[in-house]
Design a protein around this ligand. Structure first.
Ligand code: CDP
Ligand code: MG
Length: 920
């Protein structure tokens, strides 16, 4: 990558700044109206941007996009003094909490565009079942509306009813929950206990969040941020062990009540415009739940409110979007649900029919404050956008007035590389300025922002920029609409984003860099004009912008549907007739269904012929099997859940291995550090060699994890013995932590990533126990709560800087209690294969070192090679003079770079494939 070259140049000498503009003030447009700018020596620096004043795509939004919309009458009311939870004793602490809120926060809340529409929003939610709210990013929808509704008493019923807010992204769910907690004077949700048992006794915590593998809520939680995936999980119902297909049916009935989201009075479906597959699922299912709850309530009232039945309340739905697609959502919710007939619990047909009629769905529009954004495009297409981004940021930094910069990039790797390059340049800036006798530029503060970073990253991104410092946020498209970063004046847009791409017929999903849509490009530009007039630098030409598609494609038409199909079937829904906002591609749907049938998760039931005689249409029906129900309960992809179930059948040792491997593969980050520096990379490879398992990458990753745990145990033992002596316990513990840290550094093991894996592993451990998937490290004497409370302790410790995990979360069982370690990891690889037959491939005789998936038809389908990062890459095998048979392999994913590569690869035996083929 040429950023590396830039990095190397920067390292060489301060001369690398020779190419910076000699007079920064003249090289960059001083006024957005100047058409001609002096050319900078930088090819794609701001000076070479063709300028055009921003078209009214951002400023000129209609004030009321729908004629059927209720007026958003911006009443100029003051923020009323908070009236919470009916004024009982329980609300006193909430009032106290609010007193402690920084007055500046209250001021900034009051200044948000949405504040004037507060009453209109509350009124609309009171009078309508569903409300669509449209508003520009940053206008205050996500942070304010849950608070408005809380203050208006929407979460005051007993037993507990919450206001749920869904987010497509984890980072958004956590960062927004934390922000709202600050605004409401609540403790930081990130340090709330993530164990249900413990939560029962915790005080405070009005605001919480729930993301996969992390539940930060307490019994006091009233405003709950969660990912779409988590609310879908709640819609399936509580996790309960299911053994056979007959018991699947009974547990389905018992799970139905939780299917109705009865713990929520309001469900806010946020960022609906993103149209992720999960959001689409949530939209259809929430609509069904709303109507079902209405019917249940009406039937309860009609029967004279029988006292022996719990009162069922209705569900309010708010759909929020940052783009102009409000009518789509309003029309969807206005029409009756087609998913209701499928498995309604309501026996009262009249009530059901009455509840499932046409609805009035008002659309409210929040007019944001958007300042002018001056637009600059490159005159020539940029060769390397990463280089162009680096130059543009530096150029802005040395030539433009104060104001933070937001750079839209594609992914973690590009962001990390640019961050390093900028850090390097930044440290050389004072010397450069001195040599050029220029005033010393401000300091640069580089703040990366991508999904894998977790809550700790948000501090740097959202915190105030220190004096005489310019913050540069390097973000993926999460900063496009999901989150608003204060202080941004300059936006640099590469015009690309990583998107999941699924090609039906190949059954392989890949993350690919794609061009964004015009609508996304406008959103990105708009980020510059939140607080004052801003500037947006597009690293592409005006022509290229005009050639972009107007809007992005919903995920449902370009993704693997297997997980969604399994979830829908687990909820008794038929994926073919489900109430989709956009119907999925029938071919893709069919493929997913076949895949699930092959995995043993679904079965086709044909009704007995006597039904036909009664005049009922005899259609084949998809039914969930016992395995399918079990799979749906596991919060991992169908491939992994099937592998885990297959592993459990092979005994507790294999089950533990597969469970731990899934934890490693489910983490966003790699547990091995992969340095970009050539020299360091060699060193890292040598370190990695000590972990390499001959069967390939899966076992190697597991060996890394187990080596870490062994080291952590060693350190823990040592610490224990030493602190039992005369030594100061704190000092000994600190030394222990440092020892472990040093081990990680020496072995190029990413300690933070390992800790994240251990966290996921603990969650999976609990889930496996609940699902009766026995692992050989299950301690009969250690309860779930004990295990997890330790984990949450260590977690909050690591938040506050004292990192204790790694030392205390291992809970490794003495080896004699464990099963025999399967040194060859045969069972593990066989289990993985059972979940992913589509990812098995055979070596092709036609060309050296090429593979083809066994499921792709003869002749058709593309071939690929093993990724160079794999331990099975031919070059590494040659170096070791290894003579391993790599005729058949299993891989995790295919990536497209210059060609197609398989990543995370292991050797399998061709005989296993035959066994699987004859299984059914
Ligand atoms: O949802 P919407 O895009 O309409 O806005 P929001 O997320 O509610 O954000 C409203 C304002 O809160 C933003 O403009 C930010 O100034 C501020 N905010 C913040 O300071 N820190 C956060 N973590 C989130 C929001
Ligand atoms: Mg929002």
């Amino acid at each position: 990558m040429s950023l590396d070259t830039a990095l190397a140049q920067a390292k060489r000498s301060r001369d690398s700044f020779g190419s910076l503009p000699s007079s920064p003030s003249t090289s960059v447009p001083s006024s957005p109206n100047k058409k001609k700018h002096k050319k900078s020596k930088y090819a794609n620096a701001p000076s070479s941007f063709a300028h055009s004043p921003l078209s009214n795509g951002i400023n000129g939004l209609p004030s009321r996009p729908s004629s059927s919309s209720a007026p958003s009458s911006p009443s100029r009311k003051q923020l009323p003094s908070p009236s919470h939870e009916g004024g009982g004793a329980a609300s006193a602490w909430i009032r106290d909490a609010l007193k402690a809120v920084d007055p500046r926060i209250l001021e900034s809340r009051a200044a948000l565009p949405i504040t004037s529409g507060k009453q209109a929003i509350i009124d609309a939610v009171r009078s309508s079942d569903t409300v669509v709210i449209l508003g520009e990013t940053g206008s205050g929808k996500t942070t304010q509306i849950p608070q408005f509704l809380f203050e208006a008493g929407f979460a005051s019923r007993q037993p507990v009813q919450m206001i749920g807010v869904t987010q497509p992204r984890r980072v958004a769910a956590t960062s927004l929950a934390r922000r709202v907690a600050v605004e409401m004077g609540q403790p930081d949700p990130a340090v709330l206990p993530n164990v249900k048992g413990k939560a029962r006794t915790a005080a405070g915590g009005l605001v919480g969040y729930s993301i996969r593998f992390e539940d930060r809520t307490t019994r006091n939680t009233r405003v709950k941020f969660m990912t779409d995936g988590m609310v879908l999980r709640e819609m399936i119902g509580d996790i309960s062990p299911v053994q056979t297909s007959s018991s699947a049916m009974t547990s389905q009935t018992s799970a139905l009540r939780s299917n109705l989201l009865l713990k929520y009075s309001v469900l806010i479906i946020d960022e609906a415009h993103e149209r992720t597959l999960r959001t689409d699922q949530v939209l259809g299912l929430a609509k069904r739940i709303q109507r079902e709850r209405k019917a249940l309530r009406q039937s309860w009232i009609a029967r004279g409110k029988p006292a022996n039945e719990a009162e069922i309340t209705e569900l309010k739905i708010i759909v929020m979007s940052a783009t102009l697609d409000a009518n789509r959502f309003a029309d969807f919710f206005a029409t009756p649900s087609t998913a209701l007939r499928a498995n309604a619990t309501v026996t009262d047909a009249r009530a059901l029919a009455a509840a499932n009629t046409k609805q009035e769905v008002p659309i409210l529009y929040v007019k944001g404050r958007q300042h002018d954004v001056a637009m600059f495009h490159t005159e020539e297409p940029a060769q390397e956008w990463t280089d162009a981004a680096l130059r543009t940021v530096l150029q802005i930094h040395v030539s433009r007035p104060p104001g933070d910069i937001l750079v839209f990039m594609t992914g973690q790797d590009e962001i990390d590389t640019l961050a390093r390059a900028l850090e390097l340049y930044s440290s050389e800036l004072p010397a450069w300025a001195e040599a050029e006798s220029k005033p010393t530029p401000m300091s640069l503060m580089i703040a990366p922002l991508y999904a894998a970073l977790g809550p700790s990253a948000s501090l740097k991104v959202f915190g105030p920029t220190p004096p005489r410092t310019r913050k540069v946020v390097l973000a993926t498209n999460i900063a496009e609409t999901s989150i608003t970063i204060p202080g941004i004046v300059f936006v640099v847009d590469c015009g690309l984003a990583k998107e999941k791409v699924y090609t039906p017929g190949t059954a392989v999903e890949t993350l690919q860099v794609q061009e964004i849509s015009q609508s996304a490009a406008r959103q990105r530009a708009g980020r510059a004009g939140r607080e004052r007039a801003g500037e947006c630098y597009r690293l592409y030409t005006q022509k290229a912008f005009e050639a972009l598609p107007l809007a992005g494609t919903p995920e449902i038409v370009r993704t693997d549907l297997a997980a969604a199909v399994l979830q829908l079937c687990a909820m008794g829904q038929d994926p073919y007739t489900f109430d989709w906002l956009d119907t999925p591609d029938p071919e893709g749907l069919q493929e997913s269904v076949l895949q699930l049938i092959q995995l043993g998760a679904l079965d086709i039931h044909t009704p007995p012929p006597n039904k036909e005689a009664k005049g009922e249409k005899a259609t084949a029906r998809l039914v969930l099997t016992g395995i399918g129900m079990k799979m749906a309960m596991l919060p991992v992809s169908p491939a992994y859940s099937r592998s885990l179930i297959a592993a459990a059948a092979r005994g507790p040792t294999v089950a533990r291995q597969v469970r731990d491997l899934i934890a490693v593969l489910s983490s966003d980050r790699s547990i091995l550090v992969e340095p970009t520096d050539q020299e360091k990379r060699e060193e890292a490879n040598r370190a990695k060699a000590t972990f390499v398992h001959p069967s390939g990458d899966h076992a190697t990753l597991l060996c890394v994890l187990y080596a870490y745990l062994a080291e952590a145990d060693k350190v823990a033992m040592l610490t224990k013995t030493r602190s039992q002596g005369s030594a100061d316990r704190k000092v000994v513990e600190k030394e222990g932590r440092e020892q472990l840290k040093a081990w990680c550094q020496n072995h190029y093991v990413h300690q933070k990533a390992v800790k994240n894996v251990l966290h996921i592993r603990n969650q999976l451990r609990n889930i496996c126990r609940q699902q009766k998937l026995a692992c050989d490290d299950d301690h009969p004497s250690t309860t779930t709560a004990e295990l997890s409370s330790d984990d949450s302790n260590s977690d909050s410790d690591s938040e506050s800087g004292v990192d204790r995990d790694g030392l205390f979360v291992t809970h490794k069982v003495a080896s004699e209690e464990r099963g025999e370690e399967d040194e060859s990891f045969v069972g593990m690889r066989q289990s993985l294969l059972e979940g992913r037959i589509a990812n098995a491939a055979l070596k092709q005789p036609s060309a050296p070192n090429t593979y083809k998936r066994i499921t792709s038809a003869a002749g058709a389908g593309s071939t690929f090679k093993i990724h160079p990062s794999s331990t099975l890459h031919p070059s590494k095998m040659a170096r070791e003079r290894a003579s391993r048979q790599t005729d058949a392999i299993l891989f995790e994913e295919l990536v497209f770079t210059t060609q197609t590569f398989a990543r995370t690869v292991s050797i399998i035996e061709p005989a296993w494939l035959q066994e699987l083929a004859t299984r059914k």
